[in-house]
Design a protein around this ligand. Structure first.
Ligand code: SF4
Length: 304
């Protein structure tokens, strides 16, 4: 892949343009849980431990997690001038009341090297008070809220037991924008019934929502999930490498140029990933998407 020839608005270039130099994410665990995994709800069918990063440490406070990460990270000389992003990734990081949310975020404000705070959450777990609290807790930082949507098909949302609809997402985005907070979306590609027509519709929807970021995930199966049982009993098939490359390329060429693509595929760790096995070769997947765009003479926004 020619690193100088970017066919899409990639995240690393965005970070370099925005903050200069190297930027690293600190994965933080708020241990807030998820409303979709409580009160008899079993959670999204693909969810393993809140889709958390293996490095998440819920038993330490946010302040302790930050100090530990920054201490270890700074031990390496090459990292001394690195910008950092505090990333609340696992579970639903606004699933609490506003005073606890403030307590969780406020420690981030004292770390000058942290330039942005990224908060992953569900669209049905936000309200004006929470948004105002987030702004108040980290007033000097860029704030990004990433909402899990996964699909705009009501059939898919029901199938994956997402527990909210597309309207909840639209409402959350509209509200978040009122607080001048950057917005992002997670989508999953690869459900067998979602074809090219759907992908174009998805790109138009994302464009209409005027989002800042997108994370594109490949539908993949992790151990000990409901999806694993469905996959093992052949109740769902997964896309082939070639199909996924085509789907991701279709989406990219229909997305507006201004949206930053933070992620292009999805995979678990070597210990928990079940299928498809080709997904573990992430660099190869990303390179194949770039090659496909080159082959098509295409790029992000060509048909937006
Ligand atoms: S919303 Fe996230 S944490 Fe909650 S069940 Fe779904 S994937 Fe898991």
């Amino acid at each position: 892949m020619n690193a100088d020839k970017k066919l899409y608005n990639d995240f690393n270039s965005y970070l370099r343009r925005t903050y200069g130099g190297k930027t690293k994410r600190i994965p933080l665990n708020s241990s807030l849980g998820c409303p979709n995994r409580e009160n008899g709800r079993i959670g999204c069918i693909y969810c393993l431990n809140g889709s958390s990063s293996p490095s998440s440490k819920g038993f330490l406070s946010v302040s302790e997690q930050l100090k530990e990460f920054i201490f270890k990270y700074r031990l390496s000389k090459e990292n001394t001038s690195c910008n950092l992003i505090a990333y609340f990734q696992a579970y639903t990081n606004t699933y609490t009341n506003s005073s606890k949310l403030f307590e969780m975020l406020f420690p981030v404000s004292s770390f000058t090297e942290i330039k942005a705070v990224a908060i992953g959450t569900r669209p049905d777990c936000i309200d004006p008070l929470k948004l105002a609290t987030i702004k108040k807790a980290v007033p000097e930082k860029d704030i990004w809220i990433e909402y899990g949507l996964q699909s705009i098909s009501s059939k898919t949302l029901k199938f994956i037991k997402r527990g909210h609809d597309v309207k909840a997402f639209q409402k959350a985005i509209k509200l978040t924008k009122q607080y001048e907070i950057k917005t992002g979306v997670h989508v999953i590609l690869g459900f067998p019934w979602e074809k090219k027509k759907y992908i174009i519709k998805l790109a138009r929807f994302i464009s209409e929502c005027d989002l800042d970021f997108i994370k594109i995930h490949l539908l993949h199966v992790l151990k000990n999930t409901a999806l694993e049982k469905m996959y093992m009993s052949k109740r769902i098939t997964l896309p082939s490498f070639k199909n996924y490359v085509h789907m991701a390329s279709d989406l990219i060429e229909h997305l507006p140029k201004k949206i930053v693509i933070q992620r292009l595929t999805g995979e678990g760790s070597k210990n928990n990933h079940v299928a498809p096995l080709w997904a573990l070769k992430k660099t190869k997947v990303i390179q194949a998407i770039n090659d496909e765009l080159i082959k098509r003479g295409s790029f992000q926004g060509k048909y937006a």
